[in-house]
Ligand binder design. Structure first.
Ligand SMILES: Nc1ncnc2c1ncn2[C@@H]1O[C@H](COP(=O)(O)OP(=O)(O)OP(=O)(O)O)[C@@H](O)[C@H]1O
Ligand SMILES: Cc1cn([C@H]2C[C@H](O)[C@@H](COP(=O)(O)O)O2)c(=O)[nH]c1=O
Length: 202
């Protein structure tokens, strides 16, 4: 039996981690399937290298390949085996973060960054069954961030990332569910849970 891959996307501070935790609880209550919560960057040493890069000035193409090494590891070590076991996987960020963020950092360096990045991953990534995109204004999302801000966590950059997310989601309306993230977390969770359940027939 094949499992399902659900991904949660959105700019920094949009509420992804909170939603992933709550959705995990809802799926555990309502289905008899195993539910696996995961994330990118991962908790592996490759994810640690990515997080180290986020603290430094690094050439954006090198950074894109760091994110990709972590993604390949995530797909091979976590996603593929869990799908084969028939699990429901919920990932806090996945490849759409890569297309939206590195699509922004590489703007001006490459002719069409999103095409380049999609092509780079096409032979080894697994496309999610469904992706929840949390819609929020960067003004609101950055106010929510409590830790020391890392390099992508500023309004100007996140506005550009939002445009990329919108363009990716508009081209794949069957996969994307968009939810207004400026609501109570319980409302967001319930809406996401019902839409996912219906769309994936769970
Ligand atoms: N719907 C919501 N309304 C108000 N505050 C929220 C909501 N969802 C999450 N928060 C709060 O906003 C902050 C950021 O939330 P969270 O860590 O879930 O976001 P995130 O998208 O995973 O962030 P990042 O991308 O930076 O890891 C937390 O303090 C969280 O409690
Ligand atoms: C997976 C992925 C992430 N990023 C960026 C997005 C965030 O600013 C940081 C770390 O993510 P977190 O959710 O705050 O832990 O990394 C990216 O640029 N590209 C990616 O592929």
């Amino acid at each position: 039996m094949k499992g399902k891959l659900i991904t949660v996307e959105g700019i920094d501070g949009s509420g992804k981690s909170s939603l992933v935790q709550k959705l995990g609880e809802r799926f555990k209550e309502e289905t008899d399937k195993q539910v696996l919560l995961t994330k990118e960057p991962t908790d592996s040493w490759l994810g640690d290298s990515v997080r180290e890069g986020l603290k430094r000035e690094v050439d954006p193409l090198s950074e894109a390949f760091l994110f990709t090494a972590d993604h390949i590891h995530h797909v091979r070590e976590t996603i593929e085996p869990a799908l084969k076991e028939g699990n429901i996987i919920i990932s806090d960020r996945y490849s759409d973060s890569f297309y939206a963020y590195q699509g922004t950092t590489l703007q001006g360096e490459l002719e069409n960054p999103i095409n380049y990045l999609t092509d780079l991953r096409k032979d080894f990534t697994i496309i999610p069954d469904i992706t929840v995109l949390l819609d929020i204004d960067p003004e609101t999302s950055v106010k929510r961030i409590k830790h020391d801000q890392i390099k992508f966590e500023n309004k100007k950059f996140l506005k550009k990332v939002t445009e990329k997310y919108n363009s990716i989601a508009n081209k794949d309306t069957n996969r994307f569910i968009r939810i207004n993230a400026n609501q109570e977390i319980d409302q967001i969770t319930e809406k996401a849970f019902q839409l996912i359940k219906n769309q994936l027939d769970l």
